[in-house]
Design a protein. Structure first.
Length: 317
């Protein structure tokens, strides 16, 4: 417990629950209504308030949620504790889904009738997991928290495949290209087109100040893959004593900029692992000591991945 307090983890946990349970209820709409309609700059003032809320909400969400992963990585847990954490966070996630099922039977009997069998209820929850009805439930914050814990433990276990720091370069290149592929022509792209609620359900959202009253902000989510590979990077950076603080801040900067482009409607989507990869490689470029042969190998990997991406993008039929 002393170690947890020392590395500020408890503060990030409290901040995360504040964002999920308090932040959406800040009365932004009352502040907007308080501006006289006959005020000369009424529309401009409303626009400034809304954009400010969107920017502040996005920055805080990215800082707190990825900061939570970073603080967990600072604990430097061994593989046994990570396996235990993976199991416990999965159990807690399942318990949250059961909690939702019992909650909906009581409060939404017209959708989840009490006399229906348990499997039917779970299928209904799965079908509606990303809907506004589920997102607004009191259990959603706990689901977000256990998703982050699950991803952290899994990503940290994956980090053991990186046996030395130079391997982080090709790993990050592969992650970035795979994310671009899945978001443009692959699994994520198809799921977003056919069942967007599934992507929302397994992701953590960007909790907006004022909640649904904030108009003009696109719905943005942080997928489990983003947390998994952020955890992988932080674990490797900690293990090989690389640029810890710089990695977090540069990665945070790229991720926040990317998310702002989405919530402001400038971009329809952005593969976040590109931001993770850029942040990692830029922050630690002095720590990589690639030989001439390794540099050639990385270049070959880059060109092969680029070729595959172009092939699947333009010749996927």
């Amino acid at each position: 417990m002393k170690e947890v307090l020392k590395n500020k983890l408890i503060y990030f946990i409290l901040a995360a629950f504040f964002l999920w349970y308090v932040f959406p209820y800040i009365p932004v709409d009352k502040a907007i209504k308080a501006i006289p309609k006959d005020f000369a700059c009424h529309n401009l003032s409303v626009t400034i308030i809304l954009i400010s809320c969107i920017i502040v909400s996005t920055v805080l969400n990215m800082f707190v949620q990825f900061g939570l992963v970073y603080q967990l990585a600072r604990l430097k847990l061994n593989w046994k504790k990570l396996l235990l954490g993976l199991f416990l966070s999965l159990v807690c996630l399942i318990l949250c889904i059961v909690w939702i099922e019992h909650y909906l039977i009581i409060h939404k009997p017209e959708i989840f009738p009490p006399n229906t069998n348990y499997i039917t209820h779970l299928l209904a929850i799965g079908k509606n997991i990303g809907s506004r009805m589920i997102s607004a439930l009191p259990q959603r914050g706990f689901i977000n928290f256990f998703i982050i814990l699950l991803c952290f433990n899994f990503g940290s276990l994956l980090s053991y495949i990186v046996k030395e720091k130079n391997l982080l370069v090709p790993v990050m290149l592969c992650c970035a290209f795979i994310d671009i592929w899945t978001c443009t022509v692959g699994f994520v792209n198809k799921t977003l087109a056919k069942a967007p609620e599934v992507v929302s359900g397994v992701s953590t959202g960007v909790s907006m100040m004022g909640g649904s009253k904030i108009m003009g902000a696109n719905i943005a989510t942080i997928g489990p893959g983003d947390f998994i590979f952020a955890a992988l990077v932080f674990a490797v950076v900690m293990r090989f004593n690389m640029e810890k603080g710089r990695t977090f801040w540069v990665m945070f900067g790229f991720l926040t900029l990317g998310m702002l482009l989405i919530v402001l409607g400038i971009l329809p989507f952005l593969p976040a692992l590109v931001c993770v990869a850029l942040g990692t490689l830029i922050a630690n470029y002095k720590k990589f000591n690639l030989s001439k042969q390794e540099k050639i190998s990385v270049l070959v990997v880059f060109l092969v991945l680029l070729g595959l991406l172009i092939f699947f993008k333009f010749f996927k039929q």
